[in-house]
Design a protein around this ligand. Structure first.
Ligand code: GCU
Length: 339
C-alpha cells in the first residue's frame, strides 16, 4: 500500500541520514521514539502503547516524542525485530515464537498445553522478578524485553470444521515461523505451513492453506473470519507478546528516564490486559453474529493426547527451557491447589 511505501521510504531516509551523521530521530530538539506493531489501531496492544506514549510524554515530553507505527507499516514482525536490533527503530511488539531464534528460552511458550489455566499464565507473566532473567536473554542480540502483553489462547480455525484431531489430517495449517510451531503442528497431524502473520488472510482466501491457529482477535481485527468460518476451542497454547526495545537505547537512558520508561511499560500492560478481555468478548460476538463464524467446543483431551510427548521431547532437546518449565509447573500446581 501507499502508506506502507511512505513509511518504508521514511525509514530508509532515517537510516541513510544516520550514516552521514545527522539524525532524523531528533525533531525540534526532541528524540523521536519509534514503536512498530503489526496490529491495527483498535487492538488492545495498540491501546496499551497509546498509554505508554502518554505516560512517557506527560513526564518527559520536552525530551521525547513517541510515535507508534501500526498495521505492519514498517514490515513484518520479524523485520521490525531486526529494525529494533539495529536501532533503526526503538521498540517493536513481537510474539514469543518470533523471539525463539534470538533466545531459545522463548521456545517454552510454544509448548502445547504448558499452562493449566489463564490464572497460572498470568501469575507467571506478572512475576517480574522471575521474568527479568528471561527478558535479558536477548541482550546479546542487541535488544531486551520491557514488558509483556496478553495475546490470548490459540485455537484452530479453518474453512472446514475441526471437531477432533482426526479432522486435521490432510489439512494445511499456517504456523508462526518457528521450529517449535512446526513441530507442534506435525504432532497434531496436520501439514505445517510457516508464514508471516500478514500473509495469512490471502493464503486462506486463495486456498494456499486450509486454516490457521490464533486467538479470537485474528477473526475480527485481522478479518480472518471473512475467509475461515469454523473456530475450534482446542486451546493448545496461551502465549504472550513482548515489547522489545533496542538495548543501546534502553541503556542510554539516565536513571530517572529509565524509571519512567519502565513504569510506562507496566502501565501499557495494565491497560492492555483490561482491553484484552473486553475485546475478546466483542470479537466473539462480532465473529458469530456478523461474520457467521461457528464456534466449536471439542473434547480437548483428544487434542492433548496428540501432543502429550512434546513437553518432554522439548525439554530434552533444549536445556535453556528447563528452569522456566519447572517454574511454570510449580505455579500450575499452586494455582491448581488454590482453586
Ligand atoms: C497474534 C500474536 C502475534 C503473532 C500472531 C501470529 O496476533 O499477537 O504476536 O505474531 O498472532 O500468529 O503471527
Amino acid at each position: 500500500t501507499i502508506m506502507k511505501r511512505c513509511a518504508v521510504l521514511m525509514l530508509c531516509m532515517v537510516m541513510t541520514v544516520g550514516l552521514f551523521g545527522c539524525n532524523l530521530s531528533v525533531n525540534n530538539g526532541k528524540r523521536i521514539v519509534r514503536i512498530a506493531i503489526a496490529q491495527s489501531e483498535t487492538h488492545p496492544e495498540y491501546l496499551g502503547l497509546v498509554a505508554f506514549k502518554e505516560y512517557v510524554e506527560e513526564r518527559l515530553g520536552d525530551k521525547y516524542e513517541v510515535q507508534i507505527f501500526p498495521n505492519e507499516l514498517l514490515g513484518s514482525i520479524q523485520k521490525t525485530i531486526e529494525l529494533t536490533q539495529t536501532g533503526a527503530i526503538d521498540f517493536a511488539v513481537a510474539g514469543t515464537a518470533n523471539l525463539e531464534t534470538f533466545a531459545d528460552v522463548y521456545e517454552v511458550f510454544s509448548m502445547p498445553y504448558l499452562f493449566d489455566s489463564v490464572e497460572s499464565y498470568k501469575a507467571v507473566m506478572q512475576d517480574t522478578d522471575y521474568m527479568e532473567n528471561v527478558y535479558e536473554s536477548t541482550d546479546s542480540s542487541g535488544f531486551r524485553v520491557l514488558t509483556w502483553y496478553n495475546a490470548g489462547t490459540r485455537n484452530f480455525y479453518g474453512k472446514k470444521a475441526i471437531n477432533t484431531p482426526a479432522d486435521l489430517s490432510g489439512m494445511k495449517i499456517r504456523v508462526q515461523q518457528s521450529p517449535a510451531s512446526v513441530a507442534m503442528m506435525q504432532a497434531f497431524g496436520a501439514a505445517a505451513s510457516p508464514m508471516s502473520f500478514g500473509e495469512v488472510y490471502t493464503a486462506i482466501q486463495q486456498g494456499v492453506i486450509d486454516g490457521a491457529e490464533n486467538n479470537e482477535l485474528a477473526l475480527t481485527n485481522n478479518k480472518h473470519g471473512e475467509v475461515a468460518k469454523y473456530y475450534t476451542y482446542n486451546m493448545h497454547q496461551i502465549i504472550p507478546d513482548m515489547l522489545v526495545g533496542n538495548l543501546k537505547f534502553i541503556q542510554g537512558l539516565d536513571e530517572d528516564e529509565l524509571k519512567v520508561f519502565k513504569e510506562a511499560a507496566l502501565k501499557s500492560t495494565e491497560v492492555e490486559l483490561t482491553e484484552w478481555d473486553k475485546c475478546v468478548e466483542e470479537a466473539k460476538n462480532t465473529a458469530h453474529n456478523e461474520m457467521g463464524v461457528e464456534f466449536i467446543y471439542p473434547d480437548i483431551t483428544l487434542f492433548k493426547d496428540k501432543v502429550k510427548n512434546m513437553q518432554q521431547d522439548m525439554i530434552q532437546k533444549n536445556p535453556s527451557i528447563v528452569d522456566i518449565y519447572n517454574h511454570i509447573q510449580k505455579v500450575n500446581k499452586r494455582i491448581g491447589e488454590e482453586k
